[in-house]
Design a protein around this ligand. Structure first.
Ligand SMILES: Nc1ncnc2c1ncn2[C@@H]1O[C@H](COP(=O)(O)OP(=O)(O)OP(=O)(O)O)[C@@H](O)[C@H]1O
Length: 988
């Protein structure tokens, strides 16, 4: 149902396939019929339909005319072009503005779905913003009248990481960004934002170009940031009418045009299990916008007492009047047509569906100018009074001062329009002259143009090469002709030679990272038209050669960010690795393509993370890896191929493996840290909140499959298996023996072998799993301070195997034996044996000495089940009980501490230490018991009993007695410690 005039109008628009989607032979999941948009789930064919005020089909049935404009390709074509979208949406905004209503238009959708295309447009295909601005001035021209003054001001800002940057300010921005303030008269506003008076469309165009340059230069350090930021353009349109008696009336309208950050950045799905999941405000503005829309939709649905969280983010403060307030608002939801984006697109449709329920209440902003000024004056008098009574200090008076200043500014606006326009014009001329000179240069000389993740910003920065030598390097360095921003740019990075006919580039030192068409270059290399260059780790440029070498129709657009990234990934051999079929079974091509693109998308983030790590001196290195065999999880549902991030501390050589979700989550926190650091020169975080830090953990090295079928026939397995890592490469070799035995552990003889496995049904089955040793462990060979252990869960999901940790030895004597007993073999158990395998996992350990004190670590250790030693050894199940009690005590103490002083850290550390020690002791006891047991077994096996053995057995008994004593002391000490902690908490 189309909505009534004051509810938010919602339009959806679906774009054509992009190159990547075409390559992947994507299917279109969107269809449109009138005001209905339908999406089909590519997996099960389920359909969902939504109705909106407008549904724009811009997917196909279009052609490009000679000027580059996309139009419908026939009379019957459904294609919605830019003009149609403007007529439906932009024209309404303009009409509203003339009537004195505020208007807001915002574009929502995942990265690359077509938000900027609709809002700003590309090249000849101008979007709503420029057409609307152009039409505004056309109408102003037609409405010129001596009794009317028409005033337009323009401002442009960007919100990134909850900081506001003024895009019309050149050079350095205010530290920490501009502040949002609230005044009773105007609501929320941005303090100190440049509001430029404009008198024609060309000026707006220039301002937008200027804004794009600021956006680009700010984001070259972090190439991908622009798609994570929101851009807000505000056009203030005022009509001042004079009447014959010299009095005037002002009708005003504020038009907000908002290009939102990619919607996929709002959620942190995938970060499950990351200890910092809660700490990461992933695009606070975007998620708050979602909450505000939901709250408003609830209110429209009749729900009472709903709190609308406008104050929770910068964006929603600025859009307060647009959402549920004094504004006529339109939302454009941009949709990707491709099946691979189904989930994101469906969530965009749901979002849009909610937004259309919002009711606004727009009023005409019109009042006598004198009254406006009078009101502002009265307000100022009041503020001054308040300021006097508050004194000059404190937060309150700060706030009052800001309000005073803003009111003064507004009064000034009313009075000196002509003067402001004049000032703005002279500033223009300066900028305009400069840029026209540059333009003349790059039309004749070879140059490089920047490439950004946001294709809107491509080519915003251009550097020309005069004849002779040009030095590329860091800003403010002597002798550098072209300064490039970005990570890992050397003071003098490269030299470009222009001999009038040919162009060459040469790295200035071995430190200079330069990539050309995906490959690193180390010597002087000739440049060709449309070569792709990467300087340092993040700065991308496309090379445009002499005019004579440029083709009349160079497809520059083709060389976008995606092209650069794919090319680099291909050069790193990833495509090849991914396309090699797996040893066992068929390869699902589409999942390979998905993984390849996931990898390509992750690469720039990895590069940025590395660069941030370097700048902040974190000594942490990130590498994307593809996990290529189903091995890690013993559950059947594990993905076939998966992108993971290997994290290495370059000082300690400790290694972590992060999931993609965890990495993206951490990267967001790193970005926030980095922007704080660039702002204030410091970024101090506690270890606990440090995105670069994690407690040392064990690392999965690889696995091997041991088929259990022989066991079902009581046949022994005795083999060496290769353990394969993520890449399918051999990590180690492990000796595995599975030996059927009797209840007492005595090995079976040949006669016990079964002809038919069914004979086992209903009978007991005993066997030993033995892991004598593990050889050639690469993990330990690389760094012999490390260790390994093996673990495995049997297919019955009850029995577990965990070996001892063997340190410092690439050839490790695991000496592990465990007896598995089934009292009665059921059909299910037999089926398991016949069809399943033991997935033996090899894990790397990294720290023998370091004791970590984090809460996570404590609880992780508390969760460890103590494996009860088998046969003959004393029963330590009481420890499990003790364990449980301790956990409860800890929980309790934590709660009290929270209650009392809001934090538990200091107190829990002591406790954590004790618990740590406690578990170390238990481990060592378990080890001793295991050793003794092995010896006893040996004795039993070869039946020899000599004097020597006697003393060993005696040792065994004494040792058990002492460990028993040790354990009870330990438990007592621990109990005391818990009690002390609780007491300490209480007394605080
Ligand atoms: N209606 C359309 N017709 C033709 N091409 C389109 C259309 N919409 C989008 N495109 C193309 O799709 C690509 C991505 O669009 P766009 O840059 O507008 O996405 P976006 O959502 O703004 O992405 P980002 O969040 O990175 O800014 C562009 O190359 C654009 O030219």
């Amino acid at each position: 149902m189309p909505s009534n005039s004051d509810s938010v109008k919602v339009a959806v628009r679906v774009r054509p396939f992009n190159q990547r989607e075409k390559n992947a032979k994507s299917k279109c999941v969107i269809s449109m019929d009138g005001n209905t948009t339908t999406i089909t789930n590519p997996e099960n064919g389920d359909i969902k339909s939504f109705s909106f005020d407008h549904c724009y089909w811009s997917h196909d049935e279009c052609k490009e005319d000679e000027t580059g404009v996309f139009t419908p390709d026939s009379e019957t074509s459904k294609y919605a072009d830019q003009n149609l979208v403007f007529k439906d949406l932009g024209q309404g905004v303009l009409d509203n503005a003339w009537q004195g209503y505020n208007a807001t238009l915002f574009a929502y959708g995942q990265t690359g779905s077509g938000k900027s295309y609709s809002m700003t447009g590309y090249g000849a295909n101008k979007g709503i913003v420029p057409i609307t601005c152009g039409e505004l001035f056309n109408a102003i021209e037609k409405n010129k009248d001596d009794n009317k003054q028409l005033r337009v001001t323009f401002s442009m800002l960007e919100i990134y990481n909850e900081q506001i940057r003024d895009l019309l300010v050149k050079g350095k921005q205010k530290q920490g960004g501009l502040k949002v303030r609230q005044s009773p008269k105007v609501g929320f506003y941005v303090e100190g934002l440049k509001q430029v008076p404009v008198s024609n469309y060309r000026e707006i165009e220039q301002l937008m170009e200027q804004g794009a340059i600021s956006r680009t230069t700010a984001s070259t350090n972090m190439n991908a940031t622009s798609s994570r930021s929101h851009m807000v353009i505000t056009i203030k349109f005022e009509q001042v009418f004079m009447n014959t008696s010299g009095q005037s009336t002002t009708k005003s309208s504020e038009i907000n045009l908002v290009d939102l950050a990619g919607s996929e950045r709002a959620n942190s799905t995938g970060a499950t299990g990351d200890r910092l999941k809660e700490g990461a405000a992933i695009n606070q503005s975007l998620s708050t916008l979602g909450n505000v829309i939901s709250a408003l939709a609830d209110i429209a649905g009749g729900k009472k007492k709903v709190l609308i969280p406008y104050r929770d983010s910068v964006l929603t403060k600025l859009l307060q009047s647009a959402l549920g307030g004094n504004s006529r608002t339109i939302m454009i939801a941009a949709l990707s047509p491709a099946d691979i984006n189904f989930d994101e697109t469906l969530s965009t449709l749901r979002y849009a569906d909610r937004a259309k329920k919002i009711q606004n209440n727009a009023v005409i902003n019109e009042s006598p100018t004198e009254r406006l000024i009078r009101e502002l004056k009265e307000e100022n008098d009041r503020l001054l009074e308040m300021l006097k009574s508050h004194g000059q200090k404190g937060n309150n008076s700060e706030e009052l001062k800001y309000l005073l200043a803003e009111n003064e500014r507004q009064m000034g606006n009313q009075l000196s329009w002509e003067q402001r326009l004049e000032e703005a014009r002279s500033e223009w001329e300066k900028t305009f002259l400069n840029s026209s000179k540059e333009k003349a240069d790059w039309e004749q000389l070879p140059y490089i143009m920047n490439i950004n993740e946001d294709s809107q910003l491509n080519g915003v920065i251009k550097h020309c090469f005069d004849k002779g030598k040009t030095v590329i390097g860091k800003e403010n360095q002597d002798g550098v002709n072209i300064a490039i921003k970005g990570f890992s740019i050397q003071a003098e990075h490269a030299v470009v030679y222009n001999d009038g006919k040919k162009m060459y580039i040469e790295p200035s030192s071995t430190q200079s990272l330069i990539n050309c068409n995906g490959a690193r270059i180390k010597t002087k290399t000739q440049l060709h038209h449309l070569d792709r260059l990467k300087f340092g780790t993040t700065s991308l440029f496309l090379f445009m050669s002499f005019t004579s070498e440029r083709g009349p129709q160079d497809q520059i657009d083709k060389y976008n960010y995606d092209y650069f990234m794919t090319e680099i990934a291909e050069h790193e051999g990833l495509a090849v690795e991914l396309q090699t079929p797996k040893a066992h079974g068929d390869e699902d091509q589409s999942s390979t393509t998905t993984v390849f693109h996931e990898f390509v998308d992750l690469m720039p983030l990895i590069t940025e993370a590395n660069a941030i790590s370097e700048e902040l001196n974190k000594h942490v290195k990130f590498e994307a890896e593809v996990k290529s065999s189903a091995s890690h999880e013993t559950t059947a549902k594990s993905k076939d191929k998966e992108v993971l991030v290997k994290v290495t501390n370059t000082l300690t050589r400790k290694v972590w493996i992060w999931s993609k979700g965890k990495f993206i989550n951490r990267k967001n926190i790193m970005d926030q840290m980095y922007s704080e650091w660039s702002d204030s020169g410091q970024a101090k975080v506690s270890k606990k909140n440090d995105p670069f830090w994690d407690p040392v953990e064990d690392v999965f090295l690889g696995s091997c499959h041991v088929w259990l079928q022989p066991v079902a026939y009581r046949v022994e397995v005795d083999e060496h298996f290769a353990v394969h890592n993520y890449h399918g490469k051999e990590e180690a070799v492990i000796h595995v023996q599975i030996v059927p035995c009797n209840e007492k552990g005595k090995p079976m003889v040949e006669d016990d072998i079964l002809v038919d496995s069914d004979e086992l049904l209903g009978h007991p089955l005993y066997f030993h799993v033995k892991l004598p040793q593990c050889m050639g462990v690469r993990w330990v060979m690389e760094d012999n301070s490390r260790g390994v252990y093996c673990r495995c869960v049997l297919p019955d999901e009850k029995h577990q195997i965990v070996t001892n940790r063997i340190w410092n030895k690439p050839h490790s004597e695991l000496a592990f034996t465990k007896q598995i007993s089934y009292k009665k073999v059921s059909a299910k158990i037999l089926q398991n044996l016949l069809t399943q395998s033991l997935v033996l996992e090899l894990w790397g350990t990294q720290d023998k000495t370091e004791v970590e004190h984090t809460e996570e670590h404590v609880s992780r250790h508390l969760d460890v089940d103590i494996i009860s030693p088998t046969n003959g050894a004393p029963d330590y199940s009481f420890l499990q009980k003790e364990n449980k009690q301790l956990k409860e005590a800890l929980e309790k103490s934590r709660k009290t501490a929270h209650h009392q002083n809001g934090t538990t850290n200091g107190l829990d550390v002591d406790l954590a230490k004790n618990i740590q020690i406690f578990f170390k002791d238990i481990r060592s006891v378990q080890l001793q018991i295991q050793n003794m047991k092995d010896i006893a077994e040996g004795v039993q096996k070869d039946g020899k009993y000599n004097g020597n053995m006697k003393s060993i057995m005696e040792d065994y008994v004494t040792s058990l007695e002492t460990t028993d004593k040790q354990l009870s002391t330990c438990v007592q000490a621990l109990r005391k410690s818990v009690m002390d902690t609780i007491k300490k908490n209480k007394s605080k």
